[in-house]
Write a protein that binds this ligand. Structure first.
Ligand SMILES: Nc1ncnc2c1ncn2[C@@H]1O[C@H](COP(=O)(O)OP(=O)(O)OP(=O)(O)O)[C@@H](O)[C@H]1O
Length: 740
């Protein structure tokens, strides 16, 4: 069924069939991109393909030598699906397989080793920048820079016994590292020797080319010896990489592999949570678990979504409890409405048995502190802590909870990795200081310090270059609604030059506005296209069950248009959505980057981001216009710029204080006054302004309200006369919410 056609109510487009087909072919919903990478230069591509060609030749020669029987074992990356029987067999022989191949792999490893120039060329070609963030004196002596004239001059000024002060440029150079990039997924097995079953599970996803973030981070986390430590020691890692670039796979593969190794090691009798992944929303946490389940199949690793009422550790003062298996948790009811209250006395609940726990911050903090009634319990076995959307997890809203979790992980070998598409420099500082503070707390000596590495893909804090941005001035709230209606009826949209095919997301500033917009639009979808069931609203006031049902239906394609708040701005992966509408402008440039990043996932072309702004928004638009400008420059399309220089120059700059205020509360005109209840019935009507969404003018609304008031008053008068006593006081004069 073509959603776009149905929405046009069978109206024929003026454009030719050929051009329509051409535009459809480029839509994100039509399938995955041939290459998910966003950045690459010819020089880098040539070098990578030369390296891969060499490897293929070697593999073919090895195949010939080993005969047909062994070939099946060696080429598990070739086909995306393998019969399960073969899988079971290969899983059973995995360890032997690893041992048998290790000699051959060692040999090929040496051949695969790139020199620094090659590593530099490939990393630069993909716009990957890796930096060691430790203090310079902590970085290995080899990393110290060669003194330049600049530093020599400074040196003269210093006393002889003092260490030289390096210029900023020199410090930067000293910190740059060029780890060997992953040129193909095959290397996960041949070079990094990950579990063969895990490698098969990755291959079964059908991914052929690693994305930039995978190419850069997987070697670091799987133990690459070319990084600054020279020891191949796993670093703590800060990663800034574009939205939809495959960060989830980048952190899950190493975490799962580490646990498989742990299960095979002498520590295999240690049972408990070994890794924690923290994400800011339940939707994202549940998505990570789904992705994780595909990767852990058959590896013996268990991944669990943290739910209310679950117990994750045994406190010292508790008696032994029976242990609940992860499989039985899957059947737990998801209909818990209130996360802040314990479901049943926690001591009666069995302890969760899982290797990887995926959680939102509050849920884990509540479990560890028994709803903040007791000191936080410790998580003594956790070796990997992953903070997904780390900048938001370390934002004041979640910071204390996230740091509490971090501090609870007391194992000396803990490694932390922080991931996001946007990260301020304050996160670098906070990470550094938390690592030091934690090391001091657990009495770790400095010699055991490992690298803290930052890896940035592309330009930090920028929107993906493979989508089209439209910044549309709508003057008023009514103008925005009219514009949006045009998008919903694409036949009319030809005039406005924006064509957006479902499925798409619409973001509003607040929950009441999302609800209001949904009620305003729900009858706009024609019955033959499925009517109001095609459009839904999702926000955090809904129950968990409602939230997951809506997510499921949107993913299945039953819901075409989803109105939502920033709840879905981050991390959530709806692979084929064609666009994003910022009905209300985002509260910050970072939120813009994340919201629009819901489309154009994994390098898909053709996604559109439409942002409406009104007169009230003008002071806040410049940072968004800047992001669009940079994204278009990254794309490198001459002459196709949507942000003109004159616009950038004429838009006002926002002060730091106003930026902070905007981030915290959004555009003032759209805030919901405290006197207004969620039902929209309290107050005198003025507080409702922020949630009002209607095409009717203020005058029309006033007239309508007066009419309603008059009818209501006459009804009351009649009732009073009949009953012979005064009726209940009614708030006739107040506006009664939204126009349906
Ligand atoms: N190498 C690959 N080739 C093709 N698709 C991939 C590859 N790696 C991941 N993907 C797909 O890319 C999509 C986006 O991945 P993911 O959700 O991990 O992105 P992300 O970087 O975490 O984005 P965000 O910043 O929005 O959270 C997913 O649908 C995933 O299956």
């Amino acid at each position: 069924m073509d959603a776009f056609r149905l929405l046009t109510r069978s109206t024929k487009f003026k454009s030719s069939a050929a051009s329509a087909a051409e535009s459809t072919a480029r839509l994100p919903s039509t399938g995955k991109a041939a290459n998910p990478q966003l950045f690459r230069t010819t020089a880098g591509e040539k070098l990578e393909s030369a390296k891969n060609k060499k490897k293929r030749k070697r593999a073919a020669a090895a195949d010939e030598e080993e005969g047909d029987n062994d070939a099946a074992e060696l080429d598990f990356f070739q086909s995306s699906k393998r019969p399960s029987a073969a899988k079971a067999e290969s899983s059973a022989t995995a360890k032997d397989d690893e041992d048998q191949k290790s000699d051959q792999d060692d040999e090929s490893d040496e051949e695969d080793e790139m020199d620094e120039v090659e590593r530099r060329t490939i990393l630069n070609s993909h716009k990957i920048k890796v930096t060691d963030l430790r203090d310079l004196d902590e970085i290995q002596p080899q990393a110290q820079p060669v003194a330049t004239t600049e530093s020599k001059k400074k040196k003269k000024k210093q006393k002889k016994d003092e260490t030289p002060v390096l210029s900023k440029k020199e410090q930067k150079r000293a910190r740059r590292v060029y780890p060997q990039p992953l040129t193909s997924f095959k290397e996960l097995r041949t070079r990094y020797k990950i579990s063969s079953r895990l490698a098969e599970n990755v291959a079964e996803q059908g991914f052929t080319v690693p994305t930039e973030v995978q190419l850069g981070t997987l070697p670091l986390l799987l133990g690459d010896s070319s990084i600054s430590s020279k020891s191949g020691e796993e670093p703590d890692l800060l990663v800034v990489a574009p939205t939809g670039s495959g960060k989830t796979l980048s952190f899950l593969i190493p975490v799962i592999n580490k646990i498989v190794r742990h299960h095979h090691s002498s520590l295999s009798n240690e049972h408990g949570i070994l890794s924690i992944v923290v994400a800011p929303t339940k939707e994202l946490a549940s998505q990570i678990v789904n992705e994780g389940r595909k990767l852990v199949a058959g590896t013996g690793v268990k991944i669990t979504l943290m739910k209310k009422g679950m117990r994750v550790v045994e406190r010292d003062d508790e008696s032994e409890e029976n242990v609940l298996d992860e499989d039985s948790e899957a059947s737990e009811s998801e209909s818990e409405e209130d996360d802040d209250k314990p479901k049943k006395p926690s001591s009666k609940v069995p302890i969760t048995k899982s290797d990887i726990l995926v959680t939102t911050p509050l849920q884990l903090v509540n479990a560890l502190s028994e709803h903040q009634t007791r000191p936080m319990a410790k998580l003594p076995l956790v070796r990997s802590l992953v903070l997904d959307e780390a900048d938001v997890l370390l934002d004041p809203l979640f910071r204390e909870q996230t740091l509490d979790i971090w501090r609870s992980c007391i194992h000396p070998d803990l490694r932390v990795s922080l991931w996001s598409a946007t990260m301020g420099s304050n996160i670098d500082d906070l990470t550094r200081s938390t690592i030091k503070e934690r090391q001091a707390d657990i009495g770790q000596i400095s010699t055991t310090q490992h690298p803290l590495v930052r890896l940035v893909v592309g330009l930090k804090d920028s929107a993906i270059p493979n989508i089209e941005h439209k910044l549309v001035y709508a003057a008023t709230e009514q103008g925005k609604l009219l514009g949006l209606r045009q998008l919903l009826r694409p036949a009319a949209a030809t005039a406005s030059d924006v064509r957006l095919r479902p499925p798409f997301l619409i973001f509003t500033q607040t929950i009441p506005r999302a609800i209001a917009l949904h009620s305003e639009l729900k009858y706009d979808i024609p019955a033959e296209a499925g009517g109001s069931s095609r459009i839904a609203v999702l926000h955090s006031d809904l129950s968990d069950t409602q939230r997951s049902e809506i997510m499921r239906d949107f993913r299945k394609g039953e819901i075409w248009i989803l109105v939502t708040t920033d709840l879905l701005a981050r991390g959530v992966d709806f692979r084929g959505i064609n666009g994003v509408v910022n009905y209300d402008i985002p509260n910050s440039a970072a939120v813009y980057v994340h919201r629009v990043g819901r489309t154009g996932r994994a390098g898909r072309e053709g996604g559109i981001a439409v942002t409406y702004y009104t007169k009230e928004d003008i002071p806040y638009v410049k940072s968004i216009a800047n992001i669009i400008d940079v994204s278009e420059k990254l794309r490198g399309t001459e002459g196709e710029k949507s942000i003109q220089k004159w616009l950038l120059d004429s838009l006002p700059d926002l002060s730091k204080k106003d930026k902070k205020e905007l981030k915290k509360h959004g555009v003032k005109a759209r805030q919901v006054s405290k006197q207004v209840g969620k039902d929209g019935k309290e107050g005198n009507g003025k507080g409702l302004r922020g949630m009002r969404i209607s095409t009717k003018s203020g005058f029309e609304r006033r007239m309508e309200n007066r009419r309603k008031g008059a009818i209501e008053a006459s009804r009351n008068r009649k009732a009073n006369e009949t009953v012979g006593r005064g009726g209940e006081e009614s708030d006739n004069g107040s506006w009664n919410g939204l126009d349906d």
